[in-house]
Write a protein that binds this ligand. Structure first.
Ligand code: EAX
Length: 325
């Protein structure tokens, strides 16, 4: 008897055909930048690694959302599984993270990556848990530089009175106020319209973000202030990870490490080529910034951060050296 005359067998065959799709676990991962960016590189590495390690029992859906505060809220309530975000708004959810947003805290990329991968950084990730979030792994946004549409900026006096968009980050806002600027906090999604309309004169972001978003189209001057290192972080909803078997959680962590490698490699590559690319696109680049003057102008803010944040932690971070370093 042909199979189409045997409904029970037909039903069994049909269930086999749909079973793999039904068994696949979907993970939604959002971030604020184009796929062709240092966040996109990390997200793609996580996707490819997790899908490979689980033989496609997991599928990672990468989506763009340029409001980082919204993404963290969505992870917290579980409407999305994970986000890659800068620490910009994170301090509003996990206050201890504000400590790593302090200007001129990190000496260079090796210092920042070393601290965040050390027990110091792992201790900060543990602070996400009581807030209904999982800080999975530190990623990287990069050292932030100032751009503006009005003038070359070499020293703090050049920033005085300038309306500078900042992230929704109290530490950054305090720092720009100490410089005499007018900090204007807003989500990244509002940045380009604000620059186009002249609502703000300038903004500050790492080279990879400036390049990936063509901010040269709305900003004329770039000053390599490197005034603050901007960490990024992979944050997930606890239930997303708790639903996984121990073996799949191990696969997820391996995929997160692959994301960190790809993300940091892309930041390093963008740092090496991005300034020349922005010159080529027409930006005037100030390379000789009076960093000592910026640090001196921020001294009152530093003293405040020592009191209002975790002074002991800030000193541990400043004093950190690689093993044998
Ligand atoms: O995380 O908001 C910002 O300026 C961030 O650096 C950007 O969204 C990348």
């Amino acid at each position: 008897m042909p199979i189409f005359r045997r409904p029970a067998l037909l039903g069994a065959l049909a269930s086999l055909l749909v079973a793999p799709a039904m068994a696949q676990t979907q993970i939604t991962l959002q971030h604020a930048l184009p796929l062709n960016s240092h966040y996109g590189a990390g997200a793609t590495a996580l996707k490819e690694t997790l899908e490979r390690l689980t033989n496609n029992r997991f599928r990672v859906n990468i989506q763009r959302n340029d409001n980082e505060r919204e993404m963290i809220e969505s992870v917290q309530i579980g409407t999305i599984d994970c986000t890659i975000t800068s620490t910009g708004p994170v301090g509003n959810f996990v206050p201890a993270v504000r400590n790593v947003d302090v200007p001129f805290l990190f000496r260079d990329y090796a210092h920042a990556r070393g601290v965040l991968d050390s027990e110091i950084g792992q201790g900060l990730l543990a602070q996400f848990t009581p807030r209904g979030l999982v800080g999975v792994i530190w990623l990287e946004n990069g050292f932030r530089h100032l751009t503006n549409s009005r003038r070359e900026v070499n020293a703090p006096a050049d920033v005085r009175g300038m309306k500078v968009r900042t992230m929704e980050n109290q530490v950054h806002m305090r720092a720009f106020s100490a410089l005499g600027a007018l900090p204007t906090p807003m989500a990244f999604s509002e940045l380009v319209p604000a620059l186009q309309q002249g609502t703000v004169d300038g903004q500050e972001n790492p080279i990879p973000v400036i390049v990936a978003n063509n901010l040269n189209q709305v900003q004329r001057f770039l000053s390599l202030t490197a005034h603050v290192y901007s960490p990024a972080v992979l944050i997930c909803n606890p239930a997303t990870l708790n639903r996984m078997s121990a073996a799949d959680r191990a696969h997820f962590m391996e995929a997160a490490r692959a994301a960190q490698r790809a993300n940091r490699e892309r930041v390093s590559a963008d740092e090496a080529s991005g300034v020349d690319e922005l010159r080529r696109r027409g930006m005037t680049v100030v390379t000789q910034v009076d960093t000592a003057a910026f640090q001196a102008a921020l001294a009152p803010a530093f003293a405040e951060f020592e009191r209002t944040l975790d002074g002991a932690l800030l000193r541990r971070i400043r004093d950190w050296r690689p093993a044998g370093g």
